[in-house]
Write a protein that binds this ligand. Structure first.
Ligand code: SF4
Length: 170
């Protein structure tokens, strides 16, 4: 995929509902996509409907109201960046844990994509005190996985494009 194809694919992806959840993450994958250099990326990623970017740790667009809004969506691809701690108290938004949120969103998602090794298998946090796990460890449905620390932005875009355009459903 050359630069032009990459940006076109990314724009095409962002025309769909994409719910991007940042759990226990250093934002490496978000940064990789943001620094793609594609025109209008920041607006598309952070400010445009229907794209919903949720950081469970810190973000301009975060918080319970946004989560409630996202939980009412019906047709979206769920992207998870970052690990899920076994100790639920380590990743919560008000009364909802990261794991609860991912499980609930995954139930209605047309596809689930785990980006980065933390989201795939817990990554560097798996061996830490947090003893974190990946998305597939808590879901009973297919998860498209993009390994890497950080995962390649090109591979993330390719996985999302594939998930949106005909990859086998869960
Ligand atoms: S996989 Fe690496 S870059 Fe991605 S959230 Fe984990 S530590 Fe950060």
């Amino acid at each position: 995929m050359n630069r032009l194809d990459y940006c076109q694919a990314l724009e095409e992806i962002l025309r769909h509902n994409v719910v991007w959840i940042e759990a226990q993450s250093c934002s490496g994958e978000s940064v990789m996509v943001m620094k793609s250099g594609c025109k209008g990326m920041e607006d598309l990623f952070f400010h445009s409907s229907p794209v919903k970017f949720l950081s469970l740790l810190s973000s301009e667009r975060s918080g319970y109201e946004l989560i409630r809004e996202v939980l009412s969506l019906n047709d979206y691809v769920l992207v998870v960046e970052g690990a899920l701690p076994r100790d639920q108290e380590l990743c919560k938004v008000k009364d909802m844990t990261c794991q609860d949120l991912v499980v609930r969103l995954a139930q209605r998602a047309r596809a689930v994509v785990a980006v980065g090794s933390c989201a795939v298998n817990g990554g560097i946090l798996r061996e830490s005190g947090a003893n974190s796990v990946g998305v597939k460890d808590v879901l009973g449905k297919k998860v498209y996985e993009v390994l890497g620390c950080p995962a390649s932005d090109k591979m993330i875009v390719a996985a999302l494009y594939y998930a949106l355009s005909g990859g086998p459903d869960a």
